[in-house]
Design a protein around this ligand. Structure first.
Ligand code: GUN
Length: 343
């Protein structure tokens, strides 16, 4: 194997350790912790396992974690009322409504009801707009794309001026990651091409990529001859192609395959993510990071000069700076030193 393996499981542990350190300091110095509520409507088995992992991670980090399980008979009106309750709860900084929702509920209406300043999934149209504007406007980058950007940055892959090709144009991965990669800032500033089902010559576009991000949902779509030697290949695909018995638990588990022919691609690429263990572990990690950011943001007051090039940011706690680990990855809030005359 010539490619360097980008291990999401290891990078997850680095980031979670940074977040846990922040949380324990915040608790000790200011008596606050990030609060995350996960609303699960119904009993979808995949949703239950996602949600369980989210809760375990939040608890491990010392967050306040509220698990709100509701029956699948819950009316849309009652779900909207529940969201409104958490929108008004100052101890909750992040609200996540687990998708998919039962058919009688309008998913769009529900996502739009979440306060954009607590929308740690980054799915609310306001946050999609903020992401499009970029820079300091970005509040909650959606978790999977944010995780991809962290993997790229922490692996030392150069993005400045790089040719990035994104395969897939979903709202959750393709569109946002394309947008993030062409913005100005760290882990970005790239030239981006998005290819999709109507693209005439997928291979030709992929071959030009210094960074190839594949989120198509088609097992082994990307062949080794589509990869530029030395390129960084990020495989977002998680395709169930069969079942096997786990050696650890003796239980039946899914056999997963990515969108890239990994065994062949790893001989050509410079960097590559495995499936599982690459992008997957990053989604919940970035959800935790967004929830911590939301707590910080709830304690920030931006002075009116924020509209000018000299932004001054005042903290209610006067902690001085937001730790760079919380802001790393995307070109987000740029903190300037406190001015003497700032309130
Ligand atoms: N269902 C599967 N993945 C996700 C996710 O990232 N966020 C939400 N809200 N629901 C999901």
């Amino acid at each position: 194997m010539s490619a360097k393996l980008i291990k999401g499981t290891e990078i997850r542990e680095q980031i979670l350790a940074e977040i846990a350190g922040e949380v324990s300091q915040l608790k000790e110095k200011h008596g606050v912790v990030p609060g995350l509520v996960t609303i699960l409507v119904g009993q979808n088995p995949a949703s239950i396992s996602y949600v369980t992992l989210k809760i375990q991670t939040a608890e491990r980090l010392g967050f306040k974690e509220v698990q709100d399980n509701q029956p699948d008979t819950l009316s849309e009106k009652d779900l909207l009322a529940l969201i409104d309750k958490y929108n008004k709860d100052d101890s909750i900084h992040g609200i996540l409504v687990q998708l998919p929702l039962p058919k009688h509920v309008d998913e769009k209406k529900v996502l739009n009801a979440i306060d954009p300043d607590k929308d740690v999934d980054g799915f609310h149209p306001v946050n999609v707009g903020r992401l499009m504007i970029g820079g300091a406007e970005v509040k909650f980058p959606p978790c999977t794309p944010a995780g991809i950007q962290e993997l790229i940055v922490r692996s030392g892959v150069e993005t400045n001026g790089a040719e990035v090709v994104v395969v897939g144009r979903s709202n959750i991965v393709g569109k946002p990651i394309a947008n993030m990669m062409f913005q100005k800032g760290r882990g970005a500033n790239s030239t981006v091409t998005v290819v999709h089902t109507a693209t005439k010559d997928l291979a030709a576009h992929c071959k030009r990529a210094d960074i190839l991000i594949v989120a198509a949902g088609v097992p082994d779509l990307v062949k080794p001859e589509w990869i530029k030697p030395g390129a960084c290949v990020i495989d977002v695909g998680v395709n169930r192609v069969g079942e096997k018995i786990s050696k650890k638990t003796g239980k039946k588990i899914a056999i997963l395959k990515g969108d890239v022919d990994f065994d062949a691609a790893k001989e050509i690429a410079g960097f590559i993510t495995p499936v599982p263990g690459g992008v997957g572990p990053m989604t919940i990690t970035m959800l935790m990071k967004n929830t911590l950011k939301s707590l910080y943001a709830s304690q920030l007051a931006v002075t009116p000069e924020s509209v000018s090039c000299h932004r001054t940011i005042r903290f209610f706690w006067s902690v001085g700076t937001i730790p760079s680990s919380i802001l790393s990855g995307v070109g987000e809030v740029e903190l300037l030193p406190r001015r003497k005359d700032s309130p």
